[in-house]
Structures are given as C-alpha cells and as structure tokens.
Design a protein. Structure first.
Length: 692
C-alpha cells in the first residue's frame, strides 16, 4: 500500500484529473419566477378555480386519443377530414346520450322501488341483532354507554355543593320593582277584560299561488341539467377542434418543448400519441367488456337494474386498484335488500371476487401489458390529488391524465422530472444503484440487487457491466478524496460478501435470460468444456490473479479468479503485498501458467505496476504476465492505461474483465491446439491396415 505524504507536503499531481461521480439531474422547467414552488402553486390554483373550463378540456383531450384511430380509419376510406371527424364525434355523442338516458331511466326505476325493500332490510337488521354479531355489537354499545355514564358522573362532581341540611342554596330575591310592575300589569289587563271592551277584529288572510309562465316552467325543468349539458357541449366542441387541428397542435407542442433534433422529437411524440391512443382504446374496450359481463351476471342472479350497475362498474374500473371493489358495494347492498335470505348477496360477492382478479391479473397483462407506466405510489398520489382538485370526475381521470404527463416527461427534455417522479422506470441506472448500495455498506441490498439483475444476465456479464463500472465510480470518488476510511472498509466488506455469496451460482453464458429487459447484458466469451482442458490448466494456481495496491484491486482480482474458476481453470489470488519488493524472494509461483495483474488505478503514472511486472518476470521466467488496467475501457484515462506498453515486459494488456477472460482462454486454446497437433501427426504416420 502507498505511504502518506508528510503534513504540509504538496500532493503528487495527478496525470489525469479525477472526475466526480455524477448522476445526471432530471431536467426541470426553467421558470422565470422566483421559486418553482410558487409556479406549482399557481398552476394548481388555476386548475382548481378554473375547473369548470379545464375539466371539459381534459375530457376532450382524452377522448381525442380514443377517437384518433377511428378518424384515421375513416381517412383511409378517402373521406374528407371534416366528414371523418364529424362522423366520429356524432357517433360518440350518440353513445354518450344513450348511456345518459339509460342511467336516468334505471336510476328513476331504482328510486321508486327502494321503499318496497324497507321491510326486508328491517327484518335482516333485527336478525343481525339476535345473532352472535349482534351480541358483540350490544356488548360494545354497553361499554360505550358505561363510559358515557362515567363521564357524566365526573362532570356532576364539579357542580356547586348543596347548603348544610341538604337544602339548595337560597337564590337571590328579584328586585322589588319587578313584582310591582307585574301586578299592576295584571290588574290593568284584568279590569279591561272585566269591562268587556271590544278587541281588534281579526283579518282573514288567504294564500294563493300564482301560476308560473311558460318560461319559468321551462327554466325550472332545465336548471338541474343546464350545467351538465354545458359541460358536454364544451367537451364536444373542444374535441371537434382538437381532431381537426391535431397535426397543428403537435407542431406547436414541438415548438414549445424545443429540440435540437426535430426528426427524433417528431417521431417520439408521434410514437407517444400512438401508444396513448392504443392504451386508452384497449382500456375502454376492456372496461366495457367487464361491465357487460357484470351486467349479464347480475341479470342471471336476479339483481334489479343490472344495466345501471353494468355502466357503473365499467366507469369505476377507470379508478385504479379500488375502483372495481367500490363498484361492488352498491350491487351487494341492493342484493341484500332484495333477497329475504343471503344467497343473492353471496352470489354477487363471488361474481365480483372472481371477475375482477381475472380481468386485472390475466386479461390486462395479455392485452396491454402488466403496467401503465406509473409506479403504485404515483397512482395513489395522483388519485388523491385529482380527486381533491376536481372531485369525482378527477378520480375517474386521474390515471389517464397522469399517464399523459409521464409520457410527456419521457419525450420532452424539460419535463423529464415528471417521468422521474411518477414513472415506474428505475430512477438510477444499475451501475449507480449498485454503487449507492455498496457505499452504504448494506450487504443484503447489494445481494438483492444482484439477484434481480442476474435473472437477465450471466454472472460474468454482471461483473463486467455492472460491478466493475460501479467500482470505477468508487475509484474516482477515492481519487477525489471524498471517501472516508470507514466507507472504504464498508465497501470492501460488502464486495467480499457479495463475491462469496455468488460463488455457488453458475455462470450462464446466454446473451440474456430476459426479453428486452433494462439489464440485458451482452454475452461473455465461452471457453472449452472443463473436461477438455489440459491438466496443467486445471491445477490450483494455474493462473495467478495478482491485485494492485488500490483499495478495490483485491475485489477486482477476486472477481477474475471466480470467473476463471467457474470455467474449470485453476486459480490463486495473490495480494499486492505478497509480490512487494521486500517479499518477492519468498513468493512461490507454483504451477503457474499465466499471471494476471489487476488494477483499477486512475491517477498518476502506474510506476508501481511496471515494477511489479518486472519483479514477476524475474521471479517467474517464461510465464506470461498479463497487465489489466480495467478502467481504460472508456478512453478517459487512456494515457494512464497505455503507459506501460513498451516500457514493461508485460506479455499483454487488457482493459476489461472481458478482455482478460479472452486472453486467458486464448492461451488455453493455444495449449490445446499445440497438444493436438503432434497427436494428429502421429496418427498420420501410422501404417495403413493390410487389405483382407
């Protein structure tokens, strides 16, 4: 290990300036206002107080995604845009009007039948009181009454005490003037009545209602539906213009978002719009099918007004997680009120318990994937936020609106923070995630992270593309001097435990066991079968993995040794101290066929590596020494990495675990080929058998 410089001495200048470990920040809009919080509060206030306008606009935009495929199909039939848009909008308006009429008729019918179910409800409530559940309820009620009585007694103890003898304290006598006035008033009234003086004559008042005029009658009838009709009118007017000006709106969005690559941005926005259209159409179709099946099931069971509950269930499925279960409450309650027994309620409950998981867990992943692109917490928060902002309509629109915002954040650079906050993609790359966990020294999380990625990667690919790149981040932070000794020790411990835990895992060499996953890795070199290896390469210590003097070089050497060992090659790890100048004479190479020096050095000319290679060559003449500077693969420390060439006696130089593995396997293949050639020549010189 290196020695510390004396206090006050100038530190050795680094040949390549160390760079900090950077995690690119998500792009946020550059607001001209003083604070982003003020901008957010202003936007929320505008959405809240302007909800009468923004709710129809939001519904119209979502409907435009649903109707775009229909408009495109009509356009392919060579219909003018105006005709295609008009037909689509009129068709949608007819469907909405029909559904509203059905809901109104069914709701009126249900309201008229509810009084007939009163006797059944009262009988079931009485039956519950006599059941064990009722006894438990009475017991709890008795406890509540006892606590309430105890509270009253405590309050009574605070009242004023009685006078001695059990009598109440004497109240102050009223003023003397009061009874005199009262008696004089009473005497005067009595004298007036005795004299028989005539009182005031009563006036007969008759209340008559004026007949309202035609305009007043029309206003009374239309006032409850004026606001919904106005909302529907705004929705379809905005929808008409959005469908007519779709390309123009897209171009304006591109101009607002800004882009240095117009072609790429246009393609991304078109792709996002297409994906959103397909998602909303499929979701609408799936929820409609769910409502139809629920309606048929309720009709078969005998629940009144099945059409109403079918429409209600289809609408509530737009609410994530809890929508379907909320839609089941009213039909179950109605079934309990209609049926004198409990069979109908149990049947309705079973219908929802079977159909909702079947739709959510089987059909949804098949139709449009398992996820909406939102994290579960984002779905919950968005539902709460939009419900608070726009009420029940906001609850229905919460998931579609949030999906639109996340897609916008993925394709518009300045809105990337929306994807980071609400999207379901990992916020950190696998390399950054691994480094953050070993930096915290959490071995359990490190192993869990490895198990997750190893479902899609081979072990050697995981080491090469995740672990070693994370060690590069650690080496750069160490070169900057931001890592404490305690953090370095925790990292070494976590890496050692990880390597030990993965020692029993096989090294699958497939390109990727996942299908297009985030962590799909490239394949690593495949060597000969273990039983085909020459005996000299299977002995313990056939390959010496010698670490540099960096604090992570030992882990890197252990990784190389583990990967070679899984391919049947005998290895031995050697710490830097065993090959130091003071101990090189006692170093025993054993049956070594090759030595690999591994270093993750970043700063300074690697003089100690040149000297180490020279000592190894002097100690092991004839044994090739492979020099591995694994942080040279990005080309950022290329001058450091390539400095030993020509100035050391290293037999080869590699810049990654992959290259080191290829070099060792090439040497093994050369030995196999050299052994097979003489045998082939000997077989060629054998005499041919005599002919019979």
């Amino acid at each position: 290990m290196g020695t510390r410089s004396p206090v006050g001495a100038q530190p050795e200048r680094a040949l390549v300036a160390p760079r900090p470990t950077r995690v690119a920040a998500a792009e946020t809009p550059r607001a001209a206002m003083a604070s982003p919080i003020l901008v957010g509060a202003t936007i929320v206030a505008v959405l809240y107080f302007g909800r009468e306008i923004f709710i129809p606009i939001a519904i119209a935009l979502l409907l435009s995604f649903v109707l775009t495929p229909l408009v495109n199909r009509l356009r392919r039939l060579r219909l003018p845009r105006l005709v295609a848009v008009g037909v689509s909008v009129l068709l949608t308006l007819g469907i909405v009007a029909a559904l509203a009429t059905l809901i109104g008729i069914q709701a009126a019918d249900l309201a008229g039948d509810i009084p007939r179910y009163r006797t059944t409800i009262e009988r079931k409530i009485e039956g519950l009181r006599t059941s064990p559940v009722g006894h438990i309820t009475d017991y709890v009620a008795n406890i509540g009454r006892a606590l309430h009585a105890g509270g009253k007694e405590a309050e009574a103890g605070k009242e004023p005490a009685k006078a001695p003898g059990g009598q109440e304290p004497a109240r102050p006598a009223p003023p003397a003037s009061e009874p005199a006035q009262g008696s004089s008033r009473g005497s005067s009234q009595g004298s007036a009545l005795d004299q028989g003086a005539p009182g005031p004559k009563p006036v007969l008042v008759e209340m008559t209602a004026t007949q309202p005029g035609p305009l007043e009658t029309l206003g009374t009838l239309l006032s409850p539906v004026m606001q919904p009709l106005a909302t529907v009118g705004i929705v379809f007017v905005v929808l008409l213009f959005v469908l007519m000006q779709r390309e123009d709106l897209r171009d304006r969005m591109i101009r607002l978002a800004g882009s240095s690559d117009l072609h790429r941005t246009t393609g991304a926005i078109d792709d996002a719009a297409g994906r959103l259209s397909r998602y909303f159409v499929v979701q609408l179709a799936l929820n409609t099918a769910f409502g139809v099946v629920i309606g048929i099931g309720l009709y078969v069971i005998g629940v009144p007004n099945p059409v109403l509950w079918a429409i209600f269930s289809a609408l509530m499925r737009f609410v994530p997680y809890i929508g379907a279960f909320l839609s089941a409450i009213l039909p179950i309650t109605l079934a309990a009120a209609v049926d004198p027994g409990w069979n109908m309620m149990i049947a309705v409950t079973i219908l929802f318990l079977i159909l909702e998981p079947l739709t959510g867990q089987v059909f949804e992943p098949i139709v449009y994937g398992q996820s909406t692109g939102l994290s579960p917490l984002a779905v919950l928060v968005s539902a709460l936020f939009w419900t608070w902002l726009w009420g029940p309509v906001g609850l229905l629109l919460s998931t579609p609106l949030t999906v639109c915002l996340v897609v916008l954040g993925r394709h518009v650079e300045h809105l990337e923070f929306l994807d980071v906050l609400f999207g379901d993609r990992p916020a950190l790359t696998p390399v950054q995630n691994f480094y953050q966990r070993i930096l915290a020294g959490d071995s359990e999380e490190v192993l869990g992270h490895a198990e997750l990625i190893l479902q899609q990667c081979s072990l050697s690919s995981y080491y090469d593309e995740v672990v070693l790149k994370a060690l590069e981040l650690a080496a750069r932070d160490a070169a900057r001097g931001v890592l404490t000794a305690q953090q370095k020790g925790a990292m070494r411990t976590a890496l050692g435990e990880l390597i030990a835990d993965l020692s029993e895992r096989g090294d699958a060499t497939a390109e990727s066991t996942g299908e297009g996953g985030e962590h799909a890795c490239s394949p690593m070199p495949v060597g000969p079968a273990p039983d085909a290896l020459p005996e000299a390469w299977t002995r313990a210590g056939a390959v010496l993995c010698i670490s540099g003097r960096g604090f992570l070089d030992g882990a890197a050497a252990a990784i190389l040794a583990q990967i070679l060992e899984k391919r049947g090659i005998g290895v031995r790890t050697v710490p830097f101290s065993d090959a130091a100048t003071a101990r090189i004479e006692r170093f025993e190479p054993g049956p070594a066929r090759m030595a690999c020096v591994v270093s993750l050095a970043l700063n300074g000319e690697p003089t100690h590596l040149r000297r180490l290679v020279g000592r190894l060559q002097a100690r092991m003449p004839g044994v090739p020494v492979l020099l591995g500077l694994w942080l040279a693969q990005n080309g950022q420390s290329d001058r450091v990495a390539r400095a030993p060439e020509g100035s050391t006696e290293a037999s080869g130089q590699v810049a990654s675990l992959r290259e080191a593995l290829e070099a060792v396997l090439a040497a093994v293949q050369a030995d196999i080929a050299g052994t097979a050639a003489p045998e082939a020549g000997a077989e060629a010189r054998l005499p041919e058998p005599a002919e019979a």
